[in-house]
Design a protein around this ligand. Structure first.
Ligand SMILES: NC(=O)c1ccc[n+]([C@@H]2O[C@H](COP(=O)([O-])OP(=O)(O)OC[C@H]3O[C@@H](n4cnc5c(N)ncnc54)[C@H](O)[C@@H]3O)[C@@H](O)[C@H]2O)c1
Length: 365
C-alpha cells in the first residue's frame, strides 16, 4: 500500500497506524496540519472493505478538518481517526481504552471526538486513558442542534446574497435527509415561515416533519431537482455530481452534509457555471466543531452560539470574494483557509508543530 503517494496524502504531517494485539484494535490516526493548533477531528468506526479504503477515507477527512477549522477562524488543526472493523462485533471497554492510549501517545497533537458509529459511552472509555478527547458525557452534548443553527444562518446569508431577501418567509427549501441535523433545521426554517419540501429514506422521519411543520413530501428523484429556492443536502456526501447538478433548479445549494461535491474542483466549477450559489459545506456545517472547540475552552453555550452565528458573515465574505475573483465559492473558501494558515506560518517562521497547544486553548477562555 502506498502512503506518501496516496492521492489523498496531500501534505499530511503524520499518519499513525495503530494495532493492539490483545483487543484486535486496528486504527489509523491522520494529522493533516497543526499550524493553527492541535488537530481535532472525530473517530469513525467503519467496516472498510480494505486498509487502502480506510487510509483514503481518513486522509480525506482529516484534510477537510484543517480547512473547516481554518475557514471558521478556530485555533485548531485538522485530524481524524478511523477504527477498522465491524462495530457490532468489536466494541468493548478494553478495545476503546487501547485506542485511547494511542491518542494519548500523541501528547495532544490530536484530539479525538465522536463520529459515525461511535457513542458517548465509547468516548467515555477513551477518556479513561487520555484527556485529549471531546464530546464526553457532561460536556457540550449533541452537536446537531448547533450545526443546524449554523446551516440556518448560512441559508439566510445565501438568500440575502442571491435573492436580496432578509428573511425566509415564503422561501422554498428542499431538505434531503431528516436526521439529527435535518430535523432541527426544518424546525428553524418552519419557525421563520419557509415552505419545506422533504425526503428521507426513512418514511417515519418524513411523516414527522410533514405533521409538525406542514412540509411537502417529495420523492428521492425529485428532492435535488425540486422547483425551490434552496436545495439543502443534509444526508450523504457526493450529492453534487455530473448527474444531479444539471437537474438542480434551485438558485442556491446550502446544507449540512459533509463532502457534498463529488469532485471539489469539477463540481464546484459546474455549480458556478450554472449560476448556482453554493455555500461550501465545511463552512456552513462548522457549528458542531465550534461547539467542541468551546468545550475545550470550558463550555459556554452563549459564546458557542454567537460564534456559530458568525457563519453568516463568513459566507457573505466568501460569496463576495468568489464574485470578485470570478472563481467558485469552493475555491474562494479554500483560499481563505490556506491564507490564514500561511499567515500564521509566516508570523511564526516555521512550518508545522502545533504551537497552539491544548493547554493554551484552555487558558484562552
Ligand atoms: N451532526 C452534526 O453535528 C454534523 C456536523 C457537521 C456535518 N454533519 C453532516 O451532516 C449530515 C447529516 O448528519 P446527521 O448527524 O443529521 O446524520 P443522521 O445520520 O442523523 O441523518 C442522516 C439522515 O439522512 C437519511 N438518509 C440517508 N441516506 C439518504 C438518502 N439517500 N436520501 C435521503 N436521506 C437519506 C437518513 O435516513 C437520516 O435520517 C452528514 O453528512 C454529516 O456528516 C453533521
Amino acid at each position: 500500500m502506498s502512503v506518501f503517494s496516496n492521492s489523498s496524502f496531500m501534505g499530511h504531517e503524520q499518519v499513525v497506524f495503530c494495532h493492539d494485539h490483545e483487543t484486535g484494535l486496528k486504527a489509523i490516526i491522520a494529522i493533516h496540519d497543526t499550524t493553527l493548533g492541535p488537530a481535532l477531528g472525530g473517530c469513525r468506526f467503519w467496516n472498510y472493505a480494505s486498509d487502502e479504503e480506510a487510509l483514503h477515507d481518513v486522509l480525506r477527512l482529516s484534510r477537510g478538518m484543517t480547512y473547516k477549522a481554518a475557514a471558521t477562524g478556530l485555533n485548531l488543526g485538522g485530524g481524524k481517526a478511523v477504527i477498522i472493523g465491524d462495530p457490532s462485533k468489536l466494541k468493548s471497554e478494553d478495545f476503546f481504552r487501547a485506542f485511547g492510549r494511542f491518542v494519548d501517545n500523541l501528547g495532544g497533537r490530536y484530539i479525538t471526538a465522536e463520529d459515525v458509529n461511535m457513542t458517548v459511552e465509547d468516548i467515555g472509555y477513551i477518556a479513561e486513558e487520555t484527556s485529549h478527547v471531546t464530546g464526553i458525557a457532561g460536556g457540550s452534548g449533541d452537536p446537531s442542534p448547533i450545526t443546524a443553527l449554523g446551516v440556518f444562518v448560512g441559508i439566510k446569508a445565501a438568500v440575502k446574497y442571491k435573492l436580496d431577501k432578509d428573511n425566509l418567509s415564503g422561501i422554498k427549501v428542499a431538505v434531503q435527509g431528516i436526521g439529527h441535523v435535518g430535523n432541527y433545521l426544518c424546525q428553524y426554517l418552519a419557525e421563520e415561515g419557509a415552505d419545506l419540501f422533504v425526503y428521507d429514506i426513512e418514511q417515519s422521519r418524513i411523516d414527522e416533519v410533514v405533521k409538525k411543520y406542514g412540509a411537502t413530501a417529495v420523492t428521492a428523484n425529485e428532492i435535488h431537482s425540486a422547483n425551490v429556492d434552496v436545495y439543502a443536502p443534509c444526508a450523504l456526501g457526493a450529492t453534487l455530481n455530473d448527474q444531479t447538478i444539471p437537474e438542480i433548479k434551485a438558485p442556491i445549494v446550502a446544507g449540512a452534509a459533509n463532502n457534498q461535491l463529488q469532485d471539489e474542483a469539477v463540481h464546484g466549477n459546474l455549480l458556478k457555471d450554472r449560476g448556482i450559489l453554493y455555500a461550501p459545506d465545511y463552512v456552513i456545517n462548522a457549528g458542531g466543531l465550534i461547539n467542541v472547540y468551546h468545550e475545550i475552552k470550558g463550555y459556554n453555550a452563549i459564546k458557542a452560539r454567537k460564534q456559530t452565528e458568525e457563519i453568516y458573515t463568513t459566507l457573505i465574505k466568501i460569496f463576495n470574494e468568489a464574485e470578485r475573483e470570478n472563481i467558485s465559492t469552493h475555491l474562494a473558501s479554500a483560499r481563505m483557509a490556506e491564507k490564514r494558515i500561511a499567515e500564521t506560518t509566516a508570523q511564526r517562521g516555521s512550518v508545522s508543530g502545533g504551537k497552539v497547544t491544548l493547554d493554551r486553548i484552555r487558558m484562552s477562555v
